[in-house]
Structure formats: C-alpha cells, structure tokens
Design a protein around this ligand. Structure first.
Ligand SMILES: C[S@@+](CC[C@H](N)C(=O)[O-])C[C@H]1O[C@@H](n2cnc3c(N)ncnc32)[C@H](O)[C@@H]1O
Length: 279
C-alpha cells in the first residue's frame, strides 16, 4: 500500500486554517509535526495518500461526519480526577458555599455548573462527588452539572464512566471508596455521581447556541483556553459572562488568565487558587 506523503507547509497552513475556522483551535508554525502525526491517521483511515485530497474531502459538506474524527484527532484531552487540588478545594470549601448563599437569597431552587471542555468526564464527575459530599449545604436545591466537549471520542469515554487507577491518583481513599465500583482492573463512577451529570457535544465556538447553557452558577473551563487565540478567547469568555447568574464564578486553568481578554469579571484570591467573580 502507498504511504501517506509528507505534510508540506502550504497544506499544513490550509489544514490549520480549516481547523481554526471550525473549532477555534490555533496551531502555530511549530505544530506542523503534531498535525502531521495526528491527521495522517485520518488519511490512512480513508486510504488516502495526499493531504490535498483529504482537505477537499473534509471541506465537502456531504462529508460533515469526518469533522468529528478530525476534532478527535487534533484535540489534546489530558485530564484527571481532582485536577489541580488547591483549586478544587477552593471550589468545595469557599466558592460553593458563597454561590449557594446567593442562590438561596434569590429564592432559586437549582444549582447549575457547566464543565466546559470536560474531556473524558473526570472533571464533571469530580464536581458531582463534591456535591454529594456537601449534601447538607445543598439541602433543598436541585444540583446539575453540564459537561460538554467537541470530541465525541472523549464524550463516549465520559458516558462509560469507567476509569483506570492512574487518572484517579489525586483522589482520597474515601472518595475512591464512596464513589466508585470496581470493574475488572478499572473503576466505574457510582450511579449517584453519574446521575448529577448531563453530557453533550458542544463546540465552544458555536457562540449562537450558548443559550443552551443559560443561568449557570459556576463555570469550569480549564486547560482549553491555552489552545485558542485572543480573538476566540474574548468571544468565549464573553459568552460565559452572559450565561452566568450574578454572584457566580468562572474557574480557568492555573496557567491561564483573563488578562487582556475580559474586564467584566473580578479576580478573587482564595488560599492557593484564583477564581473570577461575575458580580
Ligand atoms: C486538556 S483537556 C481539559 C479537560 C478538563 N477541563 C481538565 O482541565 O482536565 C481540553 C479539552 O478541550 C476540548 N476542546 C478543544 N476545543 C474545543 C472546543 N472548540 N469546544 C469544546 N471543547 C473543546 C478538547 O477536546 C479536550 O477534551
């Protein structure tokens, strides 16, 4: 069988422009080999050898299904339970109680959390476990966590909710014991935690459909902003701002910042973590 050709700069630029237009993901010149490595697998799947043929194929609206595979191929989905423990602790011990106080003051009965770009589910299930731990604080409220991602492959894994021990490395023994059931060499998230989470496919650059996630009390959008350029970040963050209730919080990754992106949020410092308040 013929092998896939080397990715030439002009084809690389055309592919990255297409990926940017469809997902907001921006790849610098230095990422040519990364894209070649990931996208060559799609050419092999279609028995193609030339990137130009693949581009023509994917640009044809009748082959829209292939877009999902391209997103699966070019996204970086690294995640884990209880990722960035100081930030998750700040959520559990400070942010959640403050938000619940505002919710009760407004007479609201629901608590809505959006885990935007949730990858294979570790983030929304971690939040679900924390909500179960805080059942006294939440008494009388209906909590719900909305997890979304652009990659169908990781969403399928999130729906299975079955994980290898490595991704559970930050969890305490009591979380492992209380919220997982052994499943061969792996562990399945308990039904109680799973029922708090609704998973869906959503592309964060689909700005016109942000209304699907209206009325959020907390948004987690961690470790994905780094893949977008300033223009896309500004639109996404402004969409989050529109979708949040007053006195609610946005949490982003520890290496990410809203500096030069948005001035509507107020930065708040917790013991070892930061969060953005919509006042
Ligand atoms: C590194 S993971 C972060 C997962 C989790 N938030 C965390 O911090 O552990 C980044 C995720 O963003 C998703 N993603 C990338 N572009 C996206 C977009 N335009 N819309 C929705 N999700 C996107 C990827 O598929 C990937 O699963």
């Amino acid at each position: 069988m013929e092998t896939v050709e080397k990715l030439r700069t002009e084809d690389y630029k055309a592919i990255r422009e297409f990926v940017y237009e469809k997902s907001g993901l921006f790849f610098s010149d230095a990422k040519l080999y990364f894209i070649e490595n990931r996208v060559s697998k799609r050419l092999i799947a279609h028995k193609m050898t030339r990137y130009g043929d693949y581009l023509r194929y994917i640009k044809n609206p009748t082959n829209e299904r292939e877009l999902r595979h391209l997103f699966d191929a070019v996204t970086t989905n690294e995640t884990s339970f209880y990722r960035n423990p100081p930030q998750v602790d700040a959520f559990a011990d400070h942010i959640l109680p403050k938000v619940v106080e505002s919710i009760r003051a407004r007479g609201q009965r629901t608590l809505k959390i959006w885990s935007a770009a949730c990858s294979s589910g570790e983030e929304p299930y971690t939040l679900a476990m924390i909500l179960l731990e805080k059942k006294d604080l939440l008494r009388g409220l209906m909590p719900r966590i909305y997890g979304c991602d652009i990659s169908e492959e990781v969403l399928a894994k999130a729906r299975q909710a079955t994980y290898a021990p490595y991704t559970m490395r930050n969890l305490s023994d009591s979380f492992k014991k209380n919220y997982f059931e052994p499943n061969g060499k792996e562990f399945t998230v308990s039904r109680a935690a799973r029922t708090l989470v609704t998973l869906s496919h959503f592309n964060l650059v689909d700005y016109k459909n942000y209304s699907k996630f209206r009325g959020m009390d907390i948004i987690f959008c961690r470790n994905v902003l780094i893949y977008f350029d300033t223009k896309v970040k500004r639109k996404i963050i402004s969409g989050f701002h529109d979708n949040l209730n007053t006195n609610s919080y946005l949490l982003i990754g520890h290496s990410e910042s809203l500096h030069n992106i948005n001035r509507d949020f107020k930065l708040e410092h917790f013991s070892r973590a930061l969060a953005y308040l919509k006042s």
